[in-house]
Design a protein around this ligand. Structure first.
Ligand SMILES: [Zn+2]
Length: 482
């Protein structure tokens, strides 16, 4: 590629035109809510090997968490929702022709789901967490739907069913709630014969019909994790976003593939019908769709249904099944982090779609030394401190103890960055303190900053970190040049 040629060109768009930088999309909510933490929420169906689109959303979540942490000086994490209620098998009742389905959870059990997550996501997330200095949690849909917050929110939606049902089901107004048979775990796919028969402050009672076990009754009560609630996609998102919005001290940012942008209008209608306050409305970021040459979203289920003859010539095997990548997980993650980093660098690049051919081209021109750069925690730093580190005079670095520091230990590498400059160091010592006063009482002042008194240093560090950040605790890191 000629050096003066841009890596990629993107036209302006309404959203990109309003933003100088991608991360600015979060600023109105951060300004209004002053959250203590930002959590980037990404949900993925656990039904086999991920394709590129799935990994793009996940990588964007980790990278945005890194950028937001630096931009807003707020702790950030990633929440991965493993959707283990994806349909595993569908069958027809031979007599009535009602379709029944079994979720992955009901077919494979908790351990089977855990194995699927380990196989397809664990190493990938561990590598992303290391590459971006971002901590994450994994929760299955099965655990989420059993939580009191989810159940209470679900019961509240039942009280307002008339207000939301046309939003959730605009074509017929019938909301489907699948409550699987307690004996066998199968549920009527469209829940035609599942009825809400009673609702009061203690909960709700549904009746349903199993193809093997006949009629059954299920009582949903917020204090009890059973029976299983398998909600259709829009309804599940409504309940999830309502539940996550309650705690305004944490700003939850829903990370979604771009095709969701068309569907969220319906969720928003339902959120409005429930009287959701503005401060509790979900914040969402839509990531690029991966498109076949026809302009249609690259879809594994479409290929499964219509055969691989539909497979566009530009699709490389790893794009459909990322386990086919030729190289290690770290190598794949480094390439994705580079790619998504380039997309995040300009809102015009992020808020658009990409054909598989264009993504293949971008991946092929990635720097070939990505692997050669050792994995390191990255930290931005002011020029005067950067120079002291680079010259070897500053051998203790001070940081607050937020979630991104959890994995720093003796031997970890830290790459300090100041604009275009960087310096690589190795951690020789980790000490934790309650606050800066205690830290300065124990640390060698000259190793933190050889040029300033204790009082000056305390004033300087408190200019950088407000009291709510200092309250996280303080880390003193011994460092040496590498
Ligand atoms: Zn049954």
């Amino acid at each position: 590629m000629p050096e003066n040629q841009a890596l990629l060109l993107s036209p302006n768009s309404v959203l990109a035109n309003a933003l100088l930088r991608t991360i600015d999309i979060l600023r109105p909510r951060v300004q209004a809510a002053r959250p203590q933490r930002i959590e980037f929420v990404v949900g993925t169906q656990i039904n086999g090997a991920p394709h590129l689109g799935t990994n793009l959303v996940q990588t964007a979540a980790f990278l945005l968490a890194k950028v937001a942490r630096r931009e807003f000086s707020i702790d950030t994490t990633v929440y991965f929702g493993a959707l283990d209620n994806a349909p595993f098998e569908v069958t027809l009742d031979p007599d009535t022709h009602h379709a029944y389905q079994q979720t992955y959870f009901h077919a494979l059990g908790k351990e089977g789901i855990g194995e699927l997550i380990d196989t397809y996501y664990r190493d990938f997330f561990e590598s992303l967490a290391e590459a971006t200095g971002t901590d994450y949690v994994i929760e299955t849909y099965t655990d989420q739907q059993a939580s009191p917050g989810f159940r209470a929110e679900f019961l509240r939606t039942l009280e307002h069913l008339d207000g939301i049902r046309w939003w959730i089901a605009p074509s017929h107004g019938v909301v489907h709630v699948r409550v699987p048979c307690p004996e066998c775990g199968w549920a009527e796919k469209r829940a035609d014969r599942t009825k809400l028969v009673h609702l009061d402050e203690d909960g709700a009672v549904f009746t349903a019909v199993c193809l093997d076990h006949g009629g059954y009754e299920a009582q949903v009560d917020p204090e009890d994790g059973g029976p299983y609630l398998d909600l259709a996609t829009l309804y599940r998102n409504l309940v999830k976003e309502r539940a996550l919005g309650r705690d305004t001290s944490v700003l939850r940012v829903m990370m979604k593939g771009g095709d969701w942008a068309f569907g969220c209008q319906l969720v928003d209608g339902a959120l409005g019908a429930l009287g959701t306050p503005a401060a509790q409305m979900p914040m969402r970021i839509f990531t690029p769709q991966v498109l076949a040459p026809t302009g249609a979203k690259l879809s594994k289920s479409l290929l499964r249904e219509h055969g691989s003859s539909l497979l566009p010539a530009d699709v490389e095997p790893w794009m459909l099944d990322t386990t086919a990548w030729q190289g290690s997980t770290d190598n794949y993650v480094d390439a994705l982090v580079w790619l998504v980093g380039e997309l995040l660098a300009d809102p015009k690049h992020l808020f658009r779609s990409f054909t598989v051919k264009e993504l293949g081209r971008l991946m092929s021109v990635r720097p070939d030394d990505l692997d050669a750069r050792p994995r390191a925690h990255e930290m931005g730093i002011y020029k005067r401190y950067f120079d002291l580190i680079a010259s070897g005079r500053k051998t203790t670095e001070i940081r607050v103890n937020d979630s991104s520091r959890k994995k720093i230990k003796v031997g970890s590498l830290i790459r300090f960055r100041c604009r275009e400059e960087e310096v690589l160091t190795r951690v020789t010592r980790v000490a934790r303190y309650a606050d800066f006063e205690e830290m300065f009482a124990h640390e060698d002042l000259g190793s933190v900053n050889p040029l300033a008194s204790r009082e000056q240093q305390l004033a300087n560090v408190r200019q950088i970190y407000p009291p709510e950040r200092e309250a996280l605790g303080v880390l003193a890191l011994g460092i040496e040049l590498v």
